[in-house]
Write a protein that binds this ligand. Structure first.
Ligand SMILES: [Fe+2]
Ligand SMILES: [Fe+2]
Length: 273
């Protein structure tokens, strides 16, 4: 993981004098990776409201979500937006984002949360593992110094989010004793979902604004998403990701060794498609 401390930075601190425009401007794939991420991060307040409601009465979790998690996710959104606007000023970020948000809002309903708090926290661990993986891989994938730094800083924040969700999960796990099978099912379902709706929605809206002629071309959308996945796959560190994903299962070392291979296969399928 990156040599950056979590949370020790502000979106407004990005030093654009360090940007090497020639390393990134013509890279269509990096354009999609950063702009899609900027959309999803900038829409995170939709999720927070649902989550805070879900944890009503638990001040430790609700306060952390409100005071740390949401501001940090929105900070990621602002920093990525600033980067996209600086590098690709021809992309009309705001109207494209507004259109994205209109559709994205319909996904963020309370009923999409897991059935219990322990299971939702396990699912959050998966989501943060996914984002930490994404930004870690994005940082590795580029030699452009400012994007490398930005992605590495975001990755450090996402790892720290994972740690907090995991800490809360352990508390609820004692109360709820959800059983490994249910945790495993939730973790598996969210891992598959990681790929799907949010990213597809962001890609569709970025393409609609950036390449209107291709917006209704499923082959182009599919190709774009496959190229993005290939970049993440080439640069991810499956070992670290796997360890984070497995922790909420709290397996004994023997059991962990037994399931490591099947889970690795599962992850390959998820990230390789
Ligand atoms: Fe984030
Ligand atoms: Fe996060």
């Amino acid at each position: 993981m990156p040599a950056y401390e979590a949370a020790q930075w502000e979106a407004e601190d990005l030093d654009f004098s360090r940007l090497v425009l020639a390393d990134v401007h013509d890279d269509e794939n990096l354009f999609y990776l950063t702009s899609c991420a900027s959309f999803i991060e900038s829409g995170s307040d939709l999720y927070t409201r649902n989550l805070i409601d879900f944890f009503r009465g638990d001040a430790e979790v609700a306060d952390w979500l409100r005071e740390r998690w949401e501001p940090e996710e929105l900070k990621h959104g602002r920093a990525l937006r600033a980067y996209v606007r600086h590098v690709w000023p021809e992309f009309a970020w705001q109207p494209a984002f507004d259109a994205f948000l209109g559709e994205y809002a319909t996904y963020c309903k309370v009923e999409m949360l897991a059935p219990t708090r322990a299971l939702e926290l396990a699912a959050r661990c998966v989501v943060e593992t996914g984002t930490a993986t994404y930004y870690g891989a994005l940082a590795q994938s580029t030699k452009e110094p400012l994007l490398h730094e930005l992605a590495a800083r975001i990755a450090a924040d996402e790892v720290s989010h994972y740690k907090s969700f995991y800490r809360f999960f352990k508390r609820y796990r004692v109360q709820e004793a959800p059983g490994r099978a249910r945790v495993f099912a939730t973790v598996g379902r969210r891992t598959l979902e990681l790929k799907s709706e949010d990213a597809d929605c962001a890609i569709r809206h970025v393409v609609r604004s950036h390449m209107p002629a291709r917006a209704d071309d499923p082959a182009y959308l599919q190709q774009t998403s496959a190229r993005m996945n290939a970049t993440i796959r080439r640069n991810l560190r499956p070992g670290a990701t796997l360890k984070m994903l497995m922790r909420p299962l709290e397996l004994s070392p023997t059991l962990q060794a037994m399931v490591q291979w099947p889970i690795e296969q599962f992850m390959q399928r998820v990230f390789l498609r």
